[in-house]
Design a protein. Sequence first.
Length: 462
Amino acid sequence: MRKVAAVCLLLLALACLGARAETEREAYVVSTDDGMPMVVGRDGELIYPSGQFTSIYDLLYGDEGTQLFAVSDGKHTVTDEYGWESALEALADAQGNVLTDMRYSLWSYCPGSDSVIFARDGLMGALDAQGNELFAGPYEQLEDIGDSFLAMKGGALVAIDRAGNETDTGIACEGFFVSGDRACVTDADGVTRILDERGTTVAQLAEGQNVSYAAGPYFVVYGQGDAFFSPVGLLDRNGQEALPMVYSSIALYEGVPGAPIVAEAAGGAALFDVVTLENTGFIPLKENGWISVPGGNRLVAYDPDGPEQVYDYQGNFIGTLPENASLYGGATFSDGGETVFSLYQYDGAGESTCYLVDAQLNRVGEEAYRQISFVSWQNGQGRYIVVDYDTVPMDGYESYVPGSMRNALIDEAGNPLLAMEYESMTALAPDRYWVKRVDEWGLIDETGHWYYRQSAYTELMD
């Protein structure tokens, strides 16, 4: 049972990774059986071949900006003060150009300033998208905010423009975090402030209040409470009250189209429109119950004592899931309307099944699988990677047979697009999949057309 459960958890993790990879890109980091990374283009061009680098990391996390890579050859390393050795990196673009020497630790891409934050030789700074250093300094923390930067320098917070010019904010602190065009910092006196991209204080929170996290246009704040309850509320980007501090928790689902704000209190969760803050509904919850958002205009209320309940974004009850069943979707890929979901059910004896259900929880298609990964939902068309594998009886349970994993691609009606003949399949972008079939690896679309193809036999011949 543990082996099958572990396989299921792994598949769910891979589903999440595949979901994140769905952002449209011109080049993709992939690998074959040797585990060495390579980069191929959308039309199959080989940009960085296997073996050129020991590690390649795509720095473009979101869907806007310049696609850049942090690459390492494993030969250039640095040892920190604790004796840990790590590989140094160079900046490379999606056209096959290595832009810098192999002497950086590259941290993150900054879309607002089209730059990359780096560390080298005890300094932190930023490179532009062509690999030129914009600035560097003895910063303990450096974050992008809008088209500028904020940094910690000797215990003080400074604002930095793209040319590297510093402005002292007059705030002493130990750290800060950034969300969009706002930053949050607690100063040396224990006062929490909301700052703009120039480091100017936009709002100062009341004594005893602090920020839990931020997403989209809001900050979730909490106040002083007792051992059992700390009140939680919501502030807008200018520090004005959006929801009063009367809730036990508030969840913001940035990136999930149409998803409401979920504010939990005794007895259930109130739903608020993320734009107007209108109270659109209420979902009752039992003690220790909670809400998840699979996307596609659906919320799931978890009941610790029974099956899960499904509601829409307005709090209307849709239905009850079967015993030991969970609903999964692709939140960031839904268009805010109703979609088709995957329903995962475990029978408690080592067997698991997964099948498609529509927004009313009616089964779609006749086939059941071990796992279904929601890949995309665009213009009313869904794409799902489905997985099957073999099991054998072992100690009273069904145990996974190593090497029996098979993958296929289906649409929202359950119709097969790619046959169940691929040992592995990863969604890289709309209509691009990295697959393995027998001794071949490659990049294909949903018709099975190969844009890039590499076989173990070819590698041996080379």
